[in-house]
Design a protein around this ligand. Structure first.
Ligand SMILES: NC(=O)c1ccc[n+]([C@@H]2O[C@H](COP(=O)([O-])OP(=O)(O)OC[C@H]3O[C@@H](n4cnc5c(N)ncnc54)[C@H](OP(=O)(O)O)[C@@H]3O)[C@@H](O)[C@H]2O)c1
Length: 348
């Protein structure tokens, strides 16, 4: 079988670098082009030093993109949506990692992104990129919109509870702690080392765009309220989501465990983490660096009907490039775990 020709637009960034790392060893893939406007003509290993002696590719510019089978878009917000028609002239299949096509309707897009969508006829045409929720649709998809990293951690943690309608849909609160790579490789005043190092900084206590995706994916036909906050912490990779939900039935931990097992026992990248003792009792993003796992733990409050769900991912992997490769594998009929077998490191 001939290899699929893929290209990566926005390949000098962090998610593009991770896609390169994963796809360069994919047995069914040939990487055709990787773009960067700032670094066109330079070797990709200049920006991604972990790829030294592993890739001879050089960056091209977006305007030099040639036809390919699958195009990955790792561009900043609004770049994909403004040029989507041009990109569709280059590849029939597109996987977009930005937030541009995650929401299914224009009103929600305006509510969460604060402006009109430049090509709103495409909203609803992309399959939302969490395989555990949309695997069947991905099998025939041409357009996939990879999910937000914080949204992925929260949605995967809560999906079994919402799907089985065992919680109060008006009361949930999720808080994520996030690493610095979440905001990409361009520096800002907030990412300057003296400002970022050692920080525990609340940067979006309300109004985070990912709230829209979470509501969309957890609604199951009902009108839910969802409260979401985000805090930067001193970590490079990783998202740790702590979600507080309230049971509407009298269930114990064993019942909740059964619900998670039923939804996730066949999932290659979901691990339920629930140890009685030791230091690894709950999910921890540090242990997931470089891997495509989402670790999920939970605990029922003995004094109330609250369940605390703790979910962890690497934002650049299950929250971006890893999840995009998982979707790519499903979309093209490949083994879903191809190129995603890395276990993570310990200690790290
Ligand atoms: N970082 C994460 O954890 C994460 C997780 C999930 C989704 N995402 C989303 O994925 C996308 C990429 O994120 P990232 O973290 O990889 O960002 P990044 O590190 O800032 O990289 C952005 C890439 O886009 C290119 N670019 C910037 N402006 C451009 C323009 N006007 N025209 C063409 N190319 C341009 C840059 O190339 P140049 O060298 O030319 O500047 C670079 O290759 C974003 O939409 C982000 O929201 C990120």
């Amino acid at each position: 079988m001939s290899k699929l020709k893929i290209s990566i637009a926005g390949g000098s960034g962090y998610t593009g670098g991770e896609l390169l790392r994963l796809l360069m060893t994919h047995p069914q893939v040939e990487i055709s082009q990787v773009t960067s406007e700032r670094f066109k003509g330079k070797p990709v290993a200049r920006l991604h030093p972990n790829l030294r002696k592993r890739s001879e590719l050089k960056f091209s510019s977006l305007s030099e993109l040639e036809n390919c089978d699958v195009l990955f878009l790792c561009l900043p917000h609004k770049s994909s949506s403004k040029k989507i028609n041009e990109f569709l002239g280059i590849a029939e299949k597109i996987i977009d990692l930005s937030g541009d096509f995650r929401l299914n309707n224009a009103d929600d897009y305006k509510k969460w992104y604060g402006e009109e969508h430049p090509n709103e006829e495409f909203l609803g045409k992309f399959v939302y990129g969490i395989p555990e929720l949309h695997r069947e649709e991905m099998k025939n998809a041409k357009l996939i919109s990879s999910a937000g990293c914080n949204a992925t951690a929260v949605i995967l943690g809560l999906y079994p509870l919402y799907k089985n309608k065992i919680i109060d849909i008006k009361k949930s609160v999720a808080e994520v702690k996030v690493g610095s790579s979440e905001s990409g490789n361009e520096s800002t005043p907030a990412s300057h080392h003296p400002e970022r190092a050692g920080c525990v900084r609340s940067f979006m206590p309300t109004g985070h765009r990912h709230t829209g995706e979470i509501i969309q994916e957890l609604s199951f036909g009902e009108k839910i309220d969802f409260n979401f906050s985000a805090t930067s912490i001193d970590m490079v990779r990783g998202v740790l989501a702590t979600s507080h939900v309230f049971l509407n039935e009298d269930l114990d931990e064993k019942d909740i465990w059964k619900i998670y097992r039923k939804e996730y026992s066949g999932e290659p990248f979901i691990r339920i983490v629930k140890e009685n003792d030791g230091i690894y009792r709950y999910p921890e993003p540090k242990l997931l660096a470089g891997s495509n796992y989402c670790d999920i733990g939970f605990e029922k409050d003995r004094n109330s009907n609250r369940v605390v769900v703790i979910s962890a991912i690497d934002n650049l992997m299950k929250g971006a490039a890893g999840q995009a490769v998982q979707a790519f594998n499903i979309m093209n009929g490949f083994q879903e775990t191809t190129s995603l077998e890395f276990t993570g490191l310990h200690p790290v």
